[in-house]
Design a binder for this molecule. Structure first.
Ligand code: 5GP
Length: 192
């Protein structure tokens, strides 16, 4: 997605050469036009998949997921990282290891919001080692729903998450794939 790549080049900042900071439009401040364009792009790529529900993880996936949900006309569920008292006992639960935060987090989705008849699109902001995506896939599996595919805003192609998911035969649509990044610049893969 050309506009996204230009935005990353203009506004992205590198931390320690392996974390891309895009707080100015995706992870802290949100650029509504860009977020909407991203959501529309996911919606058009998955338009023929019969999606009935979108699943993401709080918090950075929510904005793009809701824009995709708006375009597809389907509800958006976000996995919670803490189980609030209002969440009933009947929950799907999985675990995600965060390499950026260096901690294991539990994720929860109420079984009221994921059914075996659903066709689910998973959406997230970044794909690095694939831990968040695998945790969300585990929730879909527990519910008995079918997985249509995974939409990622920025895939770090130099980490192995994309390979792991593609080798499983999952339809993975990344809007920008970073082949390499260093103080000399960011290079995108031709495959996105
Ligand atoms: P994974 O689970 O694929 O290893 O990592 C994906 C998750 O880690 C994303 O949900 C995102 O929150 C975070 N993440 C991984 N790499 C980056 C990065 O370079 N920049 C930012 N902002 N978040 C990242």
């Amino acid at each position: 997605m050309k506009a996204l790549k230009e935005k990353i080049l203009q506004e992205g900042r590198l931390i320690d050469n392996h974390i891309l900071k895009v707080d100015c439009f995706l992870n802290h401040q949100l650029d509504p036009q860009m977020i909407q364009a991203i959501g529309n792009e996911f919606a058009s790529r998955f338009a023929d998949e019969g999606i009935t529900r979108i699943l993401t993880i709080e918090s950075s996936g929510i904005a793009v997921a809701i824009m995709a949900g708006l375009a597809l006309g389907v509800p958006v569920v976000f996995a919670r990282k803490k189980k609030p008292v209002t969440l009933e006992e009947q929950v799907y639960h999985s675990e995600v290891y965060s390499f950026t935060k260096k901690e294991q987090v539990d994720i929860f989705v109420s079984n009221d919001f994921m059914e075996h008849t659903d066709r689910v699109l998973i959406i997230d902001d970044f794909l690095a080692r694939g831990q968040a995506a695998l945790g969300l896939m585990d929730i879909v599996r527990q519910s008995g729903a079918s997985l249509a595919g995974i939409g990622i805003v920025i895939e770090k192609g130099f980490q192995d998450g994309g390979r792991i998911l593609r080798e499983k035969g999952i339809r993975l649509e990344s809007l920008a794939i970073i082949e390499s990044m260093s103080c000399e610049g960011i290079i995108f893969s031709e495959n996105a």
